[in-house]
Design a protein around this ligand. Sequence first.
Ligand code: UGA
Length: 427
Amino acid sequence: MAKIGVIGAGYVGIATAICFSYLGNDVVCADIVEEKIDKLNRGEMPILEEGMGELLSQGLAKGSLKFVMGAANAARQREFVFLCVPTPSTDTGTVDMSYIQKAAQEIAPVLEPGSIVVTKSTVPVGSTVFVQQFLARDDISVVSNPEFLKEGSALHDTLHPDRIVIGSSDTSAAMRIKELYKDIYAPVLITDSASAEVIKYASNAFLAAKISFANAVANLCEAVDADVKDVLLAMGYDRRIGFDFLRPGPGWGGSCFPKDTKALVCIGAEAGYEFALLKGIIAANREQLERVIEKINLALGGEMEGKTVALLGLTFKANTDDLRESPAIAVAEQLLLRNVVVQAYDPTVEDRSSMLSAGIQICSSAYEASKDAHLLVIMTEWGEFYKLDYNKVKELMMYPCIVDTRNLLDPDAVKRLGFSYVGMGRK
Ligand code: UGA
């Protein structure tokens, strides 16, 4: 049983703390938001993650998991301290390292000699070395161990990762981190810290590129009257391509891809490499959102002002309650700018209207959102939108018209009900 400290109780920190406790370790996790700490200590999850609540309760009951205020309190008498604090974008796209710096400086005086500090947050190349400098302790090793979990499946991804990456120039520290993962069945790659840091960014950038490629193929299909569903299915059967992350949509969002793609461009530029390909992918993602607005405009007959749109889904993807960098919010904001009435529904958004742009009317069901709408726009692929009674939706709407940015519905089925339907790259 190892003694582990986790700094930061966000998606990565909570998953790290809960999973290490589940794997039989003694874990203390810190944050700076008291309300969150209290909630977690009561066994309540502050984020929507399937299966995680149960393991949280188990850890608390066993006494192998606790949540405390302040980084230093999670670093005392610990053999390993994982930094899981935010690394947001600055206005220029570079990474704001202030949370990492603050955490490192706070824990430095209390760290046990010989303990290991691990960077799990996505940090620019060279950060592992910076953390060593912030700590200013030569009896502490710093190791990079990037996280690859997806929101909404954090528990599964943490316990069943595709690979574990450990980056350090200190081989014995790297081996001690490897030992922590001994009960997880996955290939372990030990490398230097800069390579580990690049692996994380390059993986996210590649996945973003793959989605943008699927979006571009969908756009091409629209131009040549082909069906993207068949095209991508057949492409996916090629094992070199695969089916994953090949679903067209309104463009990728969330707290990671937009931030990490921009950061990688900046990391390259600062080092003298112009990552033109990645710049193109970021631009393509912006254009994808514009295409969605244009589809909505056309579906509304080229006249948006004063129309009512039922917007289904506000989170950046299904099965999460995260609204950060959500394409749905970006679309809602564009519609509001054009004086469209936006009636939105999302299964996870009830009383968070304060987090949304003023003007988005939050409804308590998809049916309420559909009332008197000139158009229904599906922005997030929540399963419940697939199962709606579309006859009822049609009766509630002013006009039976759907823009489905996730290709969630069967076009023929809704057309049979009398809807006009616009998907992404559908015939
Ligand atoms: C992403 C990566 O998938 C994780 O591996 C990584 O650890 C994480 O970022 C991170 O850096 O912390 P996440 O942002 O939770 O995870 O969500 P994804 O499932 O990757 O989705 C990102 C965006 O791509 C969403 O807007 C989603 O709707 C979109 N997407 C995804 C598509 O449009 N099509 C797809 O086929 C897949």
